[in-house]
Design a protein around this ligand. Structure first.
Ligand code: ASP
Length: 337
């Protein structure tokens, strides 16, 4: 039997058309545009159907509400299709891929996010290959996790990050190898593909609106300016530190703030500003105090994955100590310790 794939079109450059204010999505236009792509009708391709979101989005406008909407669309149609291709803007695609990887519990079907840097309707567009190959890979069903296909590579969704604003290879997965590479053949890297969860059944865990913040440390940063927001307003903070998890210690300002934030139930997760490598708290004196103050290590998680994981864990209504523990555990292949 032919596999059947659901294409969820949420917006993004892939389906945009030029307007007097620049590129924007256009309601009701994209189905006909992709239905005329010859490769999508070839006998070697799975069958597909497309669901269009309303409103269509520039992905810069994606937030928790829209993540839940995508999750619900997958949940609603989960048993009708063999896999899902989510067409999405590139700007926040790595965030959405990370969010879906946590939301879709017990997933055992492919969910592939893709999009393009040049709209399908424009000369030299990368939309055709990204769409065709994503549908093809989803139909093959070898990778049953949330992933992102772009520029010839299939990446684990929660390991991906947008690395180029204008290149056609726009995404990187600096701390995890590609799950597959699309050359003449699709070469799967079976050693690094996640085995689907033991059949606990598929379940959607929607996110709640949680106050999350990302703070990037820089030379000269005056932590005191951030004290009230860190200790009173935010529930989860991703601290982007130098190198392996180092922070400036010049005025001893940050640690008491982290301690106070922690006592108020806020989780501070330490990630690195370096794309590649891992946080090792305690490797230097400038980082060991972070652990003592109650911060947790994000190891080699991307900021995108750390943000999504904080939303996910806080949405589960867990205790602060349990969230702290789980932040350091590998839940969906998002980190290596
Ligand atoms: N601003 C667009 C979006 O993220 C960019 C893109 O799709 O490449 O929706």
């Amino acid at each position: 039997m032919k596999k059947k794939i659901c294409i969820l079109y949420t917006g993004g450059t892939i389906g945009m058309v030029p307007t007097e204010n620049g590129y924007a999505p256009k309601k009701g236009y994209f189905y006909d545009a992709i239905a005329s792509i010859r490769d999508l009708k070839e006998p070697g391709m799975p069958e597909w159907e497309m669901l269009e979101f309303d409103p269509l989005l520039d992905s810069s406008n994606i937030a928790v509400k829209q993540w839940n909407q995508i999750g619900r669309a997958i949940q609603e149609h989960y048993h009708e299709y063999d896999g899902f291709v989510v067409l999405h803007g590139t700007d926040t695609m790595a965030y959405t891929a990370s969010a879906l990887s946590f939301m879709l519990e017990g997933l055992d079907k492919p969910v592939i996010l893709t999009g393009s840097q040049i709209p399908l309707c424009q000369l030299r567009s990368d939309a055709g290959d990204n769409l065709i190959t994503s549908v093809f890979i989803a139909g093959q069903g070898q990778v049953r996790e949330v992933c992102l296909y772009f520029g010839g590579r299939l990446l684990r969704g929660n390991r991906s990050t947008k690395s180029s604003a204008d290149g056609l290879i726009a995404f990187a997965s600096p701390n995890y190898p590609p799950l597959a590479e699309a050359g003449i053949d699709i070469k799967y890297n079976y050693d690094v593909i996640k085995r689907p969860a033991e059949s606990t059944g598929f379940r959607l865990s929607e996110f709640s609106q949680v106050s999350i913040g990302v703070l990037k440390v820089f030379p000269g940063i005056q932590f005191r300016l951030f004290e009230s927001i860190m200790t009173e307003s935010l529930k989860g903070i991703v601290l982007e530190t130098f190198g392996a998890g180092n922070i400036p210690g010049y005025d001893d300002a940050l640690l008491p703030i982290i301690r106070k934030a922690f006592d108020n139930g806020t989780i501070v997760t330490v990630c690195s500003q370096c794309q590649q490598g891992t946080v090792k708290l305690g490797a230097y004196a400038t980082s060991s105090a972070l652990t003592r103050a109650g911060a947790v290590s994000g190891y080699n998680m991307t900021t995108e994955a750390a943000v999504a994981k904080l939303y996910y864990l806080f949405s589960q209504g867990l205790s602060r100590d349990r969230i702290k523990e789980l932040m350091e555990e590998n839940l969906r292949g998002e980190l290596t310790r």
